[in-house]
Design a protein around this ligand. Structure first.
Ligand SMILES: Nc1ncnc2c1ncn2[C@@H]1O[C@H](COP(=O)(O)OP(=O)(O)OP(=O)(O)O)[C@@H](O)[C@H]1O
Ligand SMILES: [Mg+2]
Length: 210
């Protein structure tokens, strides 16, 4: 398959016309085009599927998630992730999508100024119990907002929740929608899917207590 048809092939295989919605259609650029518009500042993270970079784009910070090329497009989460984030349009704190590449598994998205929950809780920020309750309720609320929009996040853990803001006024934003699912569209009831997300929230909160 030629590189240029990667997104088209993904859309065709998934019976999708485009990524996003009519008014939130995702901007598509070639890898060369996009890379000419960004400057890499540093690496933010990496996993089995790719790496995440902090970049500048149009004079502001942005986040570039780059999937490894050898991963097969049919199991690919990159375009799905961009699609869901465009549809959510900030719900649950989901990062806004700026663009995807047509020929590489790359998403350019809003940079979330914050700290992954695990690092935040373990770094001795000295948060008091009010901050804790505020943050933990924030996660519950954000996940429920995602459910209300019709999706299960399906990968709630300490590195996919970002804590933002200042002492006394912390908030949370959920990231990494690569494993998200449509409620009602899978072989599991929406109630079960939502309950599973919420039990993962509670499990995460319990892990972070110690
Ligand atoms: N939009 C963003 N803004 C700021 N930091 C981000 C953003 N997206 C990701 N990160 C950072 O990069 C890390 C890895 O990102 P992410 O969770 O999206 O990738 P991943 O876990 O490798 O992906 P996947 O689970 O889809 O393979 C996050 O824990 C976070 O620290
Ligand atoms: Mg992640």
């Amino acid at each position: 398959m030629s590189g240029a048809s990667l997104l088209e092939e993904y859309l065709r295989c998934n019976n999708m016309e485009k990524l996003g919605t009519d008014d939130k259609e995702v901007l598509v650029k070639s890898y060369v085009e996009l890379m000419a518009e960004v400057a890499v500042i540093k690496k933010l993270g990496f996993g089995v599927d790719g790496q995440v970079l902090l970049v500048t784009y149009k004079g502001q910070k942005a986040c570039l998630k780059v999937g490894y090329e050898q991963r097969d497009v049919f199991g690919d989460e990159t375009y799905w992730q961009a699609h869901i984030m465009a549809k959510l349009d900030g719900i649950g704190g989901a990062p806004k999508v700026y663009a995807v590449c047509s020929d590489r598994k790359v998403i350019l998205m809003e940079y979330v100024e914050g700290t992954p929950m695990e690092d935040f809780y373990k770094s001795g920020y000295g948060i008091d119990s009010f901050d804790r309750i505020r943050i933990e309720n924030g996660v519950r609320r954000a996940v429920k907002q995602i459910h209300k929009a019709g999706y299960m996040h399906n990968d709630i853990h300490e590195m996919n929740v970002m804590v933002c803001g200042q002492p006394g006024n912390y908030g949370v934003r959920i990231i990494d929608f690569g494993k998200s699912r449509l409620l009602n569209a899978e072989g599991m009831s929406a109630e079960k899917m939502m309950a599973r997300d919420l039990s993962r929230v509670e499990a995460m909160i319990n892990r972070l207590k110690f």
